[in-house]
Design a protein around this ligand. Structure first.
Ligand code: ANZ
Length: 858
């Protein structure tokens, strides 16, 4: 990019250089705490604008530069609209990158982290971001994570934090567990290593208790969050509605329950499948013959190496082992052979299914592979209530005989009949539609005590423990007699030991567990020796409530002050990347609901509106350090300057689109900013001149921008806003050079308008313009003027002339033209004269200023 590497364009011929302007205003803002949020006695309405806080895993890149300029645009906008704005910044500073750097380079994770944070802070100041620097947080500060520990204990007290022994996703490279959400296509989201399953005892948060509310409340956000994100959240929660049905197993006392979305097909079950990696499969196999046991063990070993995604792939040949046992169908007493097959997952529903091959494709594929019976119980050729049968005809219009059910038999076609229809071969359900059959069978199962209506979710409980060092220690104590009790409040924060000189290399267990001194504690009840919990928390816990901490970031008495949250929260606009569309937002929504239930806050959704920006690519691919195609933020903004970088990124495209850094022109932005400054410098009218006279066209252009700018910002059309600013600067320049000249009050009005609106995108240049124009700083706090409606009225308008209703001419006429004058102009138009010819005009309708219609005869 030769263009970008060119030497910096001087801002103005005379006056300060771009960099001097930047430094001057950054110092001014810092000294005057210009952007500090107003306190309790500030009576302005409030807005809370928040960008997703960064991870100090190295230098910021242009993706950050884009996201944080958008945050700044929104924050600055609300200040101009008269709001008391809270716009804080913090760092999500626990997590693996610091620890891995520590392991690879022997760096202390603490030093490494805080050095990066310092660099980030410097970059944000140099970028002109209007943060309230009195409200900064780092999640790795004991002052912060003390409240993370409080949060954990709050969930524990409410029965929402528990320990469970279960197969977890294990990254053999990072030597830590991963939440389902952190496994992408069977690989670790962070390092890409193939993830395996391992049985471990872990801490979980019971997010599934909130599944219905997390799903239902998404409806409140419709129109305020990107629809795509709402859909991703819905799919992630994945609610299925159906029934639990109990099957007795021959030779087993306890029945086994299956979850089905199609209880109406119960009569069509022909076999029964259990997940090979479930406890039930192990139990059933243990009682089978030696030969079956052997086959099952070999099969299980293979299944354990298969990822969940592969297991669910529809195009994979079906595999399984018959366990020589039978389940009994509760509605008709039929014996169903029990198979272990990997398409059934251990941790969904109950890990077992009733297989209905006629109506479920996976079951059908399996039945065909192992020659199991296929029994149709829904006639999908039968019309359902209200639907007119569709009669298809051939080319000659002769009705085509519809396919009979026999022609469509799944055993022959290989296609399961999943559609609507009427029940057959199903006893009391015969003749009912699918929907009615579902209601009826649930009623019958409930009466018989063998089933009930049930819902199921794809969402799993949130696994929050990590076997790593650089995180919040879990504030629990393991007593000698096996109790697990919270660390007493007066002992919080439970801080991490000093990492200097410690071996943090992953060994499959938390490095904390090997630190005897740190692990040793006492049972708070008995005073007997006890152990600490060696694990640390998932960093998603840290980020699930940080937006609340900004309300009272320096309090050591509470996590967040309810009086302050009542004033500020929830966040009005939250801005960040779509990569956080699921996890982070879901967790923050969950914790918000928990805190609401605990009576600590009075709202149930944390982020009233959400803006997702697109990615900044380089040469078509995502910037990433590992690929070596990262454009660093700090160094890249030096040459063009902060404002030009901000303008160029904003101008590069719509907020939600991906942009390529190669297509971003900082040179164009520099030239525009220099032109804007020069306009301010050229203004020759006094600072107190009245804006009532002057070049009318220029005034109209100014007021059109004033009228449109708020809407453009609220609709996040930031690139259009920049284009409009460019336009106004050009029109102003024309007036100065060739119109009424620099002394025209309209020129001052335009230049001042540019300064206050430009402040959103190029705040240093805007402050400088404002000062050159003779005003006191800060332009960032100046209310936007409203547009004068008189100047928005179009001066001329297009009138239509019709002859017998047909448009014959269009006339450009003054907007305030009278009826007689308009008719006269219409009669004089040559096209109208030609069209009327010698016909008689019988009637004339005139609707000034838009329409004249001549009715003619002959
Ligand atoms: C019988 C049946 C007949 C089913 C039919 C579907 C169609 P969703 O919608 O994803 O919730 N199922 C239940 N537990 C399972 C598990 N652990 N692993 C794999 N599959 C499982 O899917 C629910 C359906 O998936 C359930 O309804 C069950 O198959 C299957 F015509 O039961 B169904």
């Amino acid at each position: 990019m030769s263009e970008k590497n060119s030497s910096p364009v001087e801002a103005v011929d005379e006056g300060l250089s771009t960099h001097a302007i930047q430094t001057k205003w950054q110092e001014y803002w810092a000294e005057n705490a210009t952007f500090q949020a107003g306190g309790e006695d500030d009576t302005r309405p409030r807005k809370y604008v928040l960008g997703m806080f960064p991870y100090p895993s190295g230098d910021l890149h242009m993706g950050h530069a884009e996201s944080y300029v958008y945050v700044d645009i929104v924050a600055r906008f609300w200040r101009h609209r008269g709001y008391n704005v809270l716009n804080p910044i913090g760092w999500d500073s626990f997590g693996l990158p610091a620890e891995n750097a520590a392991i690879q380079r022997g760096a202390d994770p603490r030093e490494w982290t805080y050095a990066n944070i310092d660099q980030h802070k410097k970059s944000f100041r140099e970028y002109g971001s209007s943060y309230d620097w009195t409200r900064v947080l780092h999640t790795s500060d004991p002052e912060y994570y003390r409240w993370n520990q409080w949060l954990f204990q709050t969930l524990y007290e409410r029965g929402l934090a528990y320990r469970k022994d279960s197969p977890v996703n294990w990254c053999p490279n990072d030597q830590t567990v991963l939440a389902n959400e952190q496994v992408v296509d069977g690989h670790c989201e962070r390092c890409g290593a193939e993830v395996i399953k391992k049985k471990l005892t872990q801490w979980y948060f019971k997010i599934t208790d909130y599944a219905d509310r997390l799903l239902d409340d998404l409806n409140q956000l419709e129109g305020f969050w990107p629809h795509k994100v709402l859909q991703m959240q819905r799919n992630w929660i994945g609610r299925s509605v159906g029934a639990d049905v109990d099957f007795t197993i021959e030779g087993r006392d306890e029945p086994v329950t299956v979850f089905t979305t199609r209880p109406d097909t119960l009569h069509g079950a022909t076999f029964f499948v259990v997940a090979p990696d479930s406890d039930l499969a192990a139990e059933l196999a243990a009682d089978a013959s030696a030969e079956v046991r052997e086959r099952f063990d070999a099969y299980l070993a293979k299944v354990q190496k298969t990822t969940e995604i592969d297991r669910q792939a529809t195009d994979r040949p079906k595999t399984g082992v018959f366990l020589e046992r039978y389940a009994v169908n509760p509605v008709n007493g039929e014996r169903l052979p029990i198979w272990a097959a990997d398409y059934v997952l251990a941790d969904y529903g109950h890990g077992a299914v009733m297989a209905v091959p006629a109506h479920d494709q996976r079951d059908l594929d399996f039945a065909r592979a192992f020659d199991l019976p296929v029994k149709v119980v829904v006639d999908t050729t039968a019309p359902i209530t209200g639907a007119m049968p569709v009669i298809e005809v051939d080319d000659d219009g002769v009705p085509i005989e519809p396919e009979s059910l026999d022609d469509q038999h799944p055993a022959q076609t290989g296609i399961a009949l999943a559609g609507e229809g009427r029940l057959v071969n199903s006893g009391s359900l015969n003749g009912l539609s699918k929907r009615n059959a579902i209601a009826r069978i649930i009623q019958e199962l409930e009466a018989a005590g063998t089933g009930r209506a049930a819902k199921n979710y794809r969402l799993r409980d949130w696994l929050i423990s990590r076997q790593r060092f650089w995180g919040t220690p879990i504030p629990m104590i393991h007593t000698e007699d096996g109790r697990i009790v919270p660390v007493p409040e007066d002992q919080l924060p439970l801080t991490l030991p000093d990492a200097k000189g410690l071996d943090l290399a992953p060994k499959g267990a938390s490095p904390l567990g090997a630190m005897g001194d740190w692990m040793a504690t006492t049972d708070p009840e008995t005073g007997e020796p006890a152990l600490r919990d060696p694990d640390t928390m998932d960093t998603f816990v840290d980020s699930s409530w940080y937006f609340l901490r900004f309300m009272s970031p320096n309090s050591d008495a509470v996590a967040f002050d309810p009086a302050e949250t009542a004033r500020w929260a929830p966040v009005d606009t939250y801005i960040g990347g779509v990569e956080h569309a699921i996890l982070h937002l879901l967790y923050a929504r969950f914790i918000t609901k928990v805190l609401f239930d605990a009576g600590l806050i009075d709202f149930t959704e944390p982020f009233s509106s959400l803006i997702n920006q697109g990615m900044v690519l380089l040469g078509g691919s995502k910037m990433s350090k590992s690929k070596g195609n990262l454009v660093e933020f700090a160094s890249s903004m030096v040459d063009p300057g902060a404002d030009a970088t901000r303008v160029a990124l904003t101008f590069a495209g719509p907020v939600e689109d991906d942009i390529d850094w190669n297509d971003v022109s900082t040179t164009g932005a520099q030239k525009f900013l220099a032109r804007a400054l020069r306009v301010a410098r050229d203004v020759a009218s006094p600072v107190d001149v009245l804006f009532k006279d002057g070049d009318r066209d220029l005034r109209r252009a100014t007021h059109r921008l004033l009228a449109d700018a708020p809407g453009l910002v609220e609709q996040t059309k930031f690139n259009v806003l920049v284009a409009r600013l460019m336009e106004l600067v050009n029109v102003t320049r024309k007036t100065i050079d060739s119109g009424a000249g620099a002394a025209d009050p309209a020129v001052r009005e335009a230049a001042e308008t540019v300064a206050v609106v430009l402040d959103l995108v190029a705040p240093h240049t805007a402050e400088e313009m404002w000062e050159i124009l003779g005003h006191e700083p800060s332009v960032g706090l100046v209310p936007w003027r409203s547009a004068d409606p008189a100047l928005l009225v179009e001066d001329s308008i297009t009138a239509v002339v019709q002859v017998n209703g047909k448009v014959r001419a269009q006339l450009e006429v003054p907007a305030r033209i009278g009826e007689a004058e308009l008719e006269e102009l219409a009669r004089a138009d040559s096209r109208v004269i030609r069209s009327i010819g010698d016909k008689e005009i019988v009637k004339v309708i005139v609707r000034a200023p838009k329409l004249v219609n001549f009715a003619v005869k002959g």
